[in-house]
Design a protein around this ligand. Structure first.
Ligand SMILES: [Ca+2]
Ligand SMILES: [Ca+2]
Length: 384
């Protein structure tokens, strides 16, 4: 497993349990998001062999296809990604089957991935779209978990989502994103993720596209600060966090306080030791963003209980768009010291409207470690 695979593996673990949490918080979460997507103005297809019609029927490999296939996790489970030809195709004659066998270990986050790397341009809105079908409901799990993401290679940030399939209907999964640098290679990939219980799971995919939706003019430079109270100076020490910031708890074991002193207020989140994988607290602010604008995001974080015994901790950081159920950003930000860290990333807004800038301290990924983290100086400005 190379380092990029490991990176993806780690991130996907986090997203997986983040989705568990989201479902716990909101059982009504929709898996279909296409209603918010505008009609496609012009189809410029970037993925080769999108319908799996070209190539040899049988196992798909890097040698016999244009696809990059990965087995991620323990690398000991049976690895089967197959080009099929029969009446199960969504379109045309052929499609692709991804199989996660029963010997894939959820605790090692064994999973399979297929995708392609493309060089994309900023100030263009792209839509990634795929048709997927859970082919063996009734395998002993109530859902099958799949994920569809674009990973920006130079800065390792992500765009996309995980989806829980509940039946054998063909489902369209899509998301929109912008590249943030010229000729920036982006890995657009689909994964079949492990479930809580190891059961053989088969997913069919067809019509795997990434399309150029819209060319946009470079916007006028306007670096006005969008985040309100980013330095928390309007908060009251000792009181609960108040607007424009919001807190979302998954349970009340977590403690949040307005910390610091009257000269410099901060927010501190405390997660006790042995917090489970379903427990998190999220601090977020809704922001109104403009389609086609690249935003520079910044936040300061300090891991107060870093020690020689716990040398790596994860804080989730990103931007979420509720209407399309899409995430962008580092998704998980790794802390490796007890100093102040300044996290930065660029977010290209593919829609006009309301997004949420969030940070989250989460049991998952921190392996029972206590996490006491202080935040300050959030900023979100348009940038060229
Ligand atoms: Ca096809
Ligand atoms: Ca402050």
């Amino acid at each position: 497993m190379d380092s990029s695979s490991f990176e993806m593996c780690r991130v996907k673990k986090l997203v997986f349990f983040y989705i568990v949490l989201q479902c716990a918080l909101s059982c009504s979460q929709k898996i279909s998001d296409t209603k918010v997507n505008e009609p496609i103005k012009k189809d410029i297809f970037l993925i080769d062999d999108a319908g799996f019609e070209n190539g040899v029927v049988g196992p798909i490999t890097q040698k016999n296809s244009v696809w990059e296939v990965q087995r991620i996790g323990s690398s000991t489970f049976d690895f089967v990604i197959t080009r099929m030809e029969d009446s199960n195709a969504f379109a045309g004659k052929r499609y692709c089957s991804l199989l996660l066998p029963e010997n894939a270990d959820p605790s090692k986050f064994d999973h399979v991935t297929i995708g392609q790397r493309k060089k994309l341009q900023p100030y263009v809105i792209y839509e990634a779209r795929i048709n997927v079908k859970w082919n063996n409901p009734g395998n002993g799990n109530e859902t099958a978990i799949v994920s569809f993401w674009a990973q920006h290679q130079p800065d390792k940030t992500f765009a996309g989502k995980d989806v829980w399939l509940k039946n054998s209907d063909w489902t369209i999964i899509s998301f929109r994103f912008m590249a943030v640098k010229s000729d920036m290679p982006v890995f657009i990939y689909f994964s079949l993720l492990p479930h809580q219980k190891p059961k053989a799971t088969e997913i069919l995919i067809d019509e795997f596209h990434c399309e150029k939706i819209e060319d946009l003019p470079i916007p006028d430079s306007n670096s006005k600060e969008i985040i309100k109270d980013g330095d928390f100076e309007n908060q009251n020490i000792g009181s609960i966090v108040s607007l424009p910031w919001n807190l979302i708890y998954s349970n009340n074991n977590m403690n949040v306080s307005v910390s610091g002193d009257t000269q410099n207020k901060q927010i501190t989140m405390n997660m006790p030791a042995n917090t489970d994988n379903y427990t998190a607290i999220k601090l977020m602010q809704s922001v109104s963003l403009q389609k086609g604008v690249l935003y520079h995001v910044k936040a300061s974080l300090k891991w107060n209980n870093f020690s020689e015994n716990q040398t790596q901790g994860i804080v989730n950081l990103g931007i979420y768009h509720p209407e399309s159920n899409t995430w962008w950003g580092p998704i998980d930000y790794i802390l490796k010291n007890g100093e102040w860290n300044i996290a930065t990333f660029t977010h290209g807004a593919p829609f006009d409207g309301q997004f949420q800038l969030y940070v989250q301290v989460f049991g998952w990924g921190n392996f029972g470690k206590p996490m006491n983290v202080t935040f300050d100086n959030f900023s979100l400005k348009s940038s060229k």
